[in-house]
Design a protein around this ligand. Structure first.
Ligand code: ZN
Length: 137
């Protein structure tokens, strides 16, 4: 398993990008709107993980709620492994409180979340490993 990404809730992705680009060597950058999750996402590819900046695109977006309640900051960490079905089954069997079932997140990957109450205050995402061919240099 590894950390696939760390997600940060921001008020404005473009403004936040200016800050993060001051400190990071970003290998690759993609910006995408995810209608399902009502967010605009900037994915900053680093050498061994990614940082995801998330801006709400609607007032009923979960990110909007987070920003209102807590302000900008770390929203979740995402863990990836080869077999998401197995990870979810193990987490559920171990009493983790899942937030919804497997669904499609950014870049068409399957994701699900574990409630922060199950993991010491940290919202944690499981996400499907990217297809092997996309790792080709
Ligand atoms: Zn995520």
């Amino acid at each position: 398993m590894r950390v696939d990404h760390i997600a940060i809730a921001v008020n404005n992705v473009d403004e936040a990008l200016k800050n993060y680009q001051k400190i990071l060597n970003v290998n690759h950058l993609e910006i995408e709107v995810v209608p399902n999750e009502k967010v605009k996402v900037a994915m900053l590819e680093l050498e061994d993980t990614r940082i995801e900046l998330m801006e709400p695109t609607a007032d009923d977006s979960p990110i909007k709620k987070f920003l209102v309640e807590r302000g900008e900051g770390i929203h979740h960490i995402a863990i990836t492994a080869d077999d998401i079905e197995k990870d979810v089954a193990r987490a559920s069997a171990n009493g983790m409180r899942m937030l919804g079932g497997l669904r499609t997140g950014s870049y068409g990957r399957r994701i699900t979340f574990i409630h922060p109450k199950s993991l010491n205050g940290v919202l944690t995402e499981f996400c499907e490993a990217p297809p092997k061919e996309s790792k080709a240099e």
